[in-house]
Design a protein around this ligand. Sequence first.
Ligand code: SUG
Length: 417
Amino acid sequence: MTLREINFDGIIGPSHNYAGLSFGNLASGLNKGNVSHPKAAALQGVEKMRHNLDLGLAQGFFVPLPRPDHDWLADLGTTVQDVPASLRPAAFSASAMWAANAATVSPAPDTADERCHLTVANLRTMAHRSHEWPDTFSQLRCAFGNAEHFRVHRPIPPTFGDEGAANHMRLGSAHAAAGVEVFVYGQRGGAFPARQHVEASRAIARHHQLDEERTLFVAQSEEAIAAGAFHNDVVAVANENVLFCHELAFEDRPSFYAALRRLLPDVEIIEVPASAVSLGDAIKSYMFNAQLVTLPQGGMGLILPEEARETPSVWRWLEEMASGNGPIGELFVVDVRQSMANGGGPACLRLRVVADPETVDPRFIADQQKLDDVSEIIEEHWPDRIAPDDLTNPELWEQLESAREALLDGLELSDLT
Ligand code: SUG
């Protein structure tokens, strides 16, 4: 069995729109009411996947969830025809594109039963995200249905908010040995909500049968949340023995770093000082919401959004880092502007799973041919634009549903409906 890191990207759904639904996510608030471009958004996502394949990385995907969500509307005692205006956008959100929030994943080497464990996130803090989990759960159970290698858990009860892998980091030098799992939770966020509750993180660690000695629970800094870092992955990212983060990411960084160094003596902590890059620039540019990947030829690379290159303090710092002797030697830039305008960068769009690709349902594994097919379906079926008022148009509802159906048909995933 060969364990590999596989990044599963959420294919951006046809209902992608800007409804300003995520209080505390600055981009979402800023772009509220703008016209979205779902076709361009989805094609940008596909290009990012192609780029990763070209780098020699393993790539998978998840399909968009059914939108409008009739089941959720029925639970709320309404229908797509009658839903109050205040709830309508939440029923249409394509937010499942941000696969980093789909689940928390612990790879097999870290768990007592040596299976890869996934807990679907309840996403209870934001109404538009709180109804993702039932369909995400079905999809995860399908993709990771091989019970010899995977265990997919139901969500943590909604009393305790859980936002999945966006608040979780796994460090370790190899896939063969147990790593260190770091759960980052929020306590306070100034005016903004802290979305990850420590009790949810603790419950996940128990479900995943992690070694208590190698599991850390670390508070996100209130300052970071208050500045717009609604998830830890907006200010930190880890890969193997490297932690790349902003100086103000964690509430008590000396204790966290000390614990990490004790458990993982060869850990390399690359901390970006606030004097070089302000928290504001880090959040605006999403420099940490990058995919930090190990390249097949050796060394690590950062897959960054265009916005990082456009922010002078950030790009200066990154170029200097990459030209030094540190572990991160390559910078790659991708265009995911449509997603970025809702606060979702390259790292938000993917869920990392360490597994043998042979043990995953092959329908969820990408290759260039399959991505060609997906692009064609997107070109043909995804709307060019959605303005806020369009969500009341029955013709759009029909188009959204038939677009998803065409994609599921094309990928032979119609059993997911
Ligand atoms: O939950 N935006 C998402 C962005 C998620 C980013 N994910 C990670 N950081 N991993 C959120 O805030 C905006 C939708 C809208 O406003 O229409 C939204 O849900």
